[in-house]
Design a protein around this ligand. Sequence first.
Ligand SMILES: NC(=O)c1ccc[n+]([C@@H]2O[C@H](COP(=O)([O-])OP(=O)(O)OC[C@H]3O[C@@H](n4cnc5c(N)ncnc54)[C@H](OP(=O)(O)O)[C@@H]3O)[C@@H](O)[C@H]2O)c1
Length: 213
Amino acid sequence: MKIGILGTGDVGRTLGGGFLALGHEVMMGSRSAANEKAAAWAREAGGKASSPSFADAAAFGEVVVLATLGSATEGILGTAGATAFEGKTVIDATNPLDFSTGAPTLYVGTIDSLGERIQKALPGAHVVKAFNTVGHAHMFRPSFHEGRPDMFIAGDHDGAKRQVSGILETFGWGVADLGGIEGSRWLEAMCMAWVAYAFKHGTWDHAFKLLRK
Ligand SMILES: NC(=O)c1ccc[n+]([C@@H]2O[C@H](COP(=O)([O-])OP(=O)(O)OC[C@H]3O[C@@H](n4cnc5c(N)ncnc54)[C@H](OP(=O)(O)O)[C@@H]3O)[C@@H](O)[C@H]2O)c1
């Protein structure tokens, strides 16, 4: 499958590497095709990876992943153009973090979410919030003593959520579906819980699991 990844940071590169390891073709986009980090990643990753603009990566992907700085994401989608995402599953791994006062907070509060804003900005796309509640180091093939963690997801389109659930399984995750895209409000808040635990305990090696009876 062709995967377009918007974002060249830790998340973009980790997810890109995961998709490549599973045999997919990856195009990773950034603000500039001359982005050295992205070009180095593409060189290292081999023939199935390349690194042009955000718009090129969006147009290339049959599935598109958003791994951009939260506060820049809506602007990036405006530049890439909504038509590039039409009819596609869009995995939203972003978090709407405000770092202006030091420790991060959510700039959307809890009666809105970046996931919902992205779905509004891309009305023809099927946005699924996923991968935003764990650190990048554990996104692909997570390994924890206490078992397989769960990735919590949210989105309006059942077919897209089935597709993302399949991808998550191949990445090594269980899946917990919270329902429609408005569930992003709780997934983005869960990111804050993940970060709060990290600050309190000085570790970034934790993930969520839903226990069912
Ligand atoms: N890091 C984690 O472990 C983690 C875990 C879960 C979720 N997330 C979320 O995933 C997203 C990506 O995180 P990250 O840590 O990989 O990297 P990041 O530093 O948050 O984002 C990097 C990407 O954002 C773009 N960007 C940065 N500032 C920009 C601006 N002013 N205008 C346009 N584009 C801009 C960069 O463009 P260039 O490519 O041109 O430099 C790059 O592609 C974030 O929303 C983050 O909250 C992160």
